[in-house]
Design a protein around this ligand. Structure first.
Ligand SMILES: Cc1cc2nc3c(=O)[nH]c(=O)nc-3n(C[C@H](O)[C@H](O)[C@H](O)COP(=O)(O)OP(=O)(O)OC[C@H]3O[C@@H](n4cnc5c(N)ncnc54)[C@H](O)[C@@H]3O)c2cc1C
Length: 495
């Protein structure tokens, strides 16, 4: 089969790329190794309750905000219904020691007001911080459709000050610093590693607004799927790409599938984890230094997770997520605390058909090494020792949750868990990273263009994790191919 473009991987970034290219009149094939598109976003159901996996909520999706514009451009906005999380506290920060609670309201002005109420002598630091976050978002290509697409932004994310350094320069108040760092749980990098620029580009959208999608990640994927069909994208699921083929001139010529079949094309967009990309690229396609760099990229934190069905509605999770921290400074060492002392994140699970939260999803950041002893095993075929370990981890998580959130205690009907090993296999990340590779100071992540002619990259490693980051990466990759001016003009027409 001959295509103009083959897109490798049908996560959000691959779906975005395929739709954008097909909309532009190209013949596109989208190849996904799982049986269905966007496996990370589909979630699963137990006892009539749907548990989200790779999508709970997002920033920047209110009408007229960037993700809303992107969804309109992609032709999926009529197929998804978004709704605002609690505008007076979409995220709730709860610290055990010292005891402190902060509810994050939607909108910069309201957030400033609430922060100044909680930290009255810190108004100057709060203003500086929020001003800096806004400035970063305004300078980010595609988030701001007038911002220049240059290398400056990428460099500031790698060479600039860390979030911790920036906050230390603004205030000595550890609780305030912790509240402003709480969203590091959404990108899986400690505040002493992530650059302020990267942090701001992600949280700035949540400060504007936080919204969910009715039917959640699954309805988002269904909307993408319908659009692929309408645009005539050829979708190959259950088809793993094993090799990118290169012609005698050293340019992309196609991709080879595990079945032995080949799809020929002069160009492709790979959205896979950078380490997977190394396995796909032919020997000599990349310079040794580039290969070494991709191979050494550090991965975001992994996690133990718990999924529970409750017999009573969980009011505290209606329209809000809980961020629970044992101590104010624990976000400086994400993943390094034992489970009974780790910070964690709780989000609602809903009965199919809606209503009040009927369960929860808990994410406890942790390192892959906790389960490395069983790394040779595969899903459904783990040894008994691992199963016992997982059971114990689950009961530690349950005890922690019930201690910190007494409103949840005593109502559990069903509980299931996952470990870093589960995440490794589910998310196709070599070390179970929740969000692929880290975006951090000193780490040069791949960009959309590569030295291999015809090979472009998208995915959470390129811009940032999250649905917003994945969509942005797809648009940036297509902008590199089609021309950024053209893409921005088309996007502006959707404003
Ligand atoms: C537990 C969890 C909770 C999250 N919560 C949120 C949230 O609330 N909000 C939010 O915005 N984001 C959230 N995220 C992050 C978000 O889900 C991801 O950042 C995003 O889905 C990444 O999309 P992607 O396209 O870059 O990567 P992926 O979805 O990983 O896509 C890559 C695809 O490539 C496929 N693939 C790999 N190798 C091959 C091959 N050789 N051939 C063919 N296909 C291949 C994979 O199967 C995969 O489908 C969460 C993630 C996790 C894990």
């Amino acid at each position: 089969m001959k295509y103009d473009f083959v897109v490798i991987g049908a996560g959000v970034s691959g779906l975005t790329s395929a739709i954008t290219l097909a909309k532009s009149g190209y013949r596109v094939a989208l190849v996904e190794k799982s049986e269905r598109t966007a496996p990370v976003l589909r979630g699963f159901s137990r006892k009539g309750v749907h548990f989200d996996t790779g999508f709970h909520y997002t920033g920047g999706l209110a009408p007229g905000e960037p993700l809303d514009i992107f969804f309109r451009y992609l032709g999926i906005s009529d197929r998804v219904t978004s709704f605002p999380f609690d505008t007076e506290g979409f995220d709730v920060f709860r610290c055990e020691n010292p005891g402190f609670e902060f509810r994050v309201p939607a909108g910069y002005a309201r957030l400033r007001e609430r922060l100044c109420e909680a930290f009255p002598v810190e108004a100057k630091a709060i203003d500086s911080y929020l001003g800096m976050v806004k400035a970063v978002c305004a300078s980010m290509p595609y988030l701001n459709l007038d911002a220049e697409v240059d290398t400056g932004f990428a460099l500031r994310r790698v060479l600039g000050a860390t979030l911790k350094e920036t906050l230390d320069s603004l205030t000595g108040n550890e609780l305030l610093k912790s509240v402003l760092s709480m969203h590091s749980l959404l990108y899986g990098v400690s505040s002493c590693e992530v650059s302020f620029t990267q942090h701001a580009a992600i949280v700035g959208n949540y400060y504007d607004s936080a919204r969910g999608i009715r039917g959640s990640g699954l309805s988002l994927v269904n909307a993408f799927d319908e659009r692929l069909k309408l645009l005539g994208v050829d979708l190959f699921c259950g088809a793993e790409v094993t090799r990118v083929l290169v012609d005698a001139q050293g340019a992309v010529a196609g991709v080879e599938l595990a079945s032995g079949a080949a799809l020929s094309c002069p160009a492709c967009i790979a959205t896979v984890h950078p380490r997977v990309l190394l396995d796909l690229a032919p020997e000599g396609a990349f310079r040794p230094a580039y290969r070494k760099r991709l191979g050494a990229l550090e991965e975001t934190v992994s996690a133990f997770m718990a999924y529970a069905v409750s017999t009573a509605p969980i009011a505290s999770l209606a329209g809000s997520n809980l961020f629970l921290l044992p101590e104010a400074d624990c976000l400086n060492r994400l993943g390094q605390s034992p489970l009974d002392k780790a910070p964690f994140y709780l989000s609602a699970a809903y009965r199919e058909g809606g209503g009040d939260p009927s369960g929860y999803i808990a994410i406890f950041p942790s390192l892959f090494k906790e389960t490395a002893a069983w790394e040779g095993s595969s899903s459904g075929r783990r040894p008994e020792e691992y199963r016992q370990f997982k059971k114990e981890a689950l009961s530690i998580m349950q005890r922690r949750i019930e201690r910190v959130c007494p409103e949840i205690a005593g109502n559990l009907q069903y509980l299931e868990g996952s470990t870093p090993l589960t995440l490794r296999d589910f998310c196709s990340t070599p070390y179970g990273g929740l969000y692929g590779v880290k975006h951090m100071v000193g780490q040069y992540n791949p960009q959309t263009s590569t030295k291999l002619r015809g090979l472009y990259l998208a995915g959470q490693a390129v811009v940032s994790p999250g649905v917003m980051g994945a969509v942005l990466s797809g648009l940036l990759a297509c902008g590199t191919i089609l021309g950024h001016d053209r893409m921005r003009k088309e996007l502006k027409a959707c404003c």
